[in-house]
Design a protein. Structure first.
Length: 265
């Protein structure tokens, strides 16, 4: 399996997950041209995709969905609430009959040789979800846009080989930054985004010897930067109640506007 961030950040998200036989995207929050260019760097054509998994209906996750899915006729998988949000998003244009397909959290389904398990997340959208994707004995997950996490979240992220995990903001930068107060409260709220510190604490709960790759993603342009996210999460692992130190974890930060290094498990 391969996991690669084509784009990840508050301005647009698109993640590739696939095996030798089956290729998927998680979210299409950037332009069709950028998605095609990202796939090209991975040696994949748009028409080779088996599906697009959508986490939720916010624009930074779906703004390229209409043009891209229509061009290649790629089926779109999302929860009932997210499909409602997609159909209400007028800039997408009309989606052809049969492309939008409803899935359910906590119910696995297969696409090619991939087994996909959507799980609920806490965010201010209709019915948002993260995704755990397995091929044989290998599994990866994409978990972003979650204001808080709990035992249920941890359970869905245990035993992974690789994970793309949200580290959205530095709390101090957010508090003193340019956002208006209501937006600051939203970001820090239970249906907002994970801070660097919270991301590190969640990582502590899912660490095990088989977790080979950690990608920090969905960084805020205004309230975070890559080095700070990396060092803060690493520190949380070191001081956390676990047998690991931050430097033990193979971790990188997904680039906002370019394709990140692909990881293979």
């Amino acid at each position: 399996m391969r996991l690669c961030s084509i784009a990840s950040g508050s301005s647009g998200n698109c993640i590739y997950v696939g095996s030798d036989r089956t290729h998927l995207l998680v979210d299409t929050g950037i332009s069709r041209k950028r998605i095609d260019e990202g796939l090209h760097t991975l040696g994949i054509k748009g028409e080779e995709l088996a599906g697009i998994l959508i986490t939720h209906e916010h624009s930074d996750h779906i703004q390229g969905l209409g043009v891209f899915s229509r061009k290649y006729g790629i089926p779109v998988y999302a929860t009932k609430g997210t499909l409602r949000g997609i159909t209400e998003y007028r800039s997408l244009g009309r989606m052809p009959e049969g492309l939008l397909r409803e899935i359910h959290t906590d119910t696995e389904f297969d696409l090619g040789d991939l087994k996909i398990r959507p799980f609920s997340i806490s965010h201010d959208a209709y019915e948002p979800s993260g995704y755990r994707i397995a091929c044989g004995q290998r599994s990866v997950a994409v978990a972003t846009d979650l204001g808080v996490y709990d035992d249920y979240t941890v359970e869905n992220l245990k035993g992974l080989d690789a994970v793309l995990l949200e580290a959205n903001h530095d709390i101090h930068m957010l508090e003193v930054g340019p956002y208006p107060y209501p937006l600051k409260r939203r970001v820090m709220g239970e249906k907002g985004h994970l801070s660097n510190e919270s991301s590190g604490r969640l990582l502590c709960d899912i660490l095990h010897d088989g977790l080979r790759h950690v990608i920090l993603g969905h960084l805020s342009r205004e309230n975070n930067y890559a080095e700070l996210a990396y060092e803060t999460v690493k520190l949380e692992v070191t001081v956390g109640d676990n047998p690991y130190r931050g430097e033990d974890i193979p971790m990188m930060v997904a680039a906002r506007d370019s394709v990140s290094e692909a990881v293979t498990v």
